[in-house]
Design a protein around this ligand. Structure first.
Ligand SMILES: [Zn+2]
Length: 157
């Protein structure tokens, strides 16, 4: 489904990236409850003209099947919805992100450097990644919320 209303922090703070997503027909799967941006087209604001757009698609852990094979199938569908509808010039670099420490990723929405529910914890993220070289869950690397800072909320369902 196409996003009708983007988050104000994003449209106001990153108008050029907003234009890229809007004109490229950016879509999300209904299971996606929020989208966050980081990297060069995010608040770092150092993009080259051909820079990709680094996005986290956040899904509710409760919607992910327990069975690993089914979980991967489901998360592929989440990625497909965005990738198949994308018509923009800039590639999207997508990670599906979900809560693994029962914090509901409030820490992410609020831009905290540490988990808001589990003090001292920064790796409260589960991450699913699909690229030319890799398909699966990242368990030990890339799960640290502080690595994606500064990030900006693009969309909240
Ligand atoms: Zn957390």
């Amino acid at each position: 489904m196409k996003i009708k209303k983007y988050h104000g922090d994003f449209t106001n703070g990153l108008p050029h990236t907003y234009e890229i997503l809007q004109s490229g027909g950016f879509c999300v799967h209904p299971a996606v409850k929020s989208v966050a941006i980081y990297g060069s087209r995010g608040l770092e604001k150092i993009p080259r003209f051909d820079s990709d757009v680094n996005l986290w698609l956040v899904v509710d852990t409760k919607t992910i099947p327990r069975d690993e094979k089914k979980a991967m199938q489901f998360l592929d569908e989440v990625l497909d919805e965005t990738e198949k509808n994308w018509k923009g010039q800039n590639p999207l670099d997508l990670f599906v992100v979900f809560d693994v420490a029962s914090c509901n990723l409030r820490c992410l929405e609020k831009g905290f450097r540490r988990c808001s529910t589990n003090p001292g914890m920064t790796n409260c993220l589960g991450i699913y990644r699909r690229s030319a070289l890799f398909r699966g869950f990242l368990n030990n690397e890339g799960c640290d919320i502080s690595q994606a800072l500064p990030f900006c909320t693009v969309y909240l369902a």
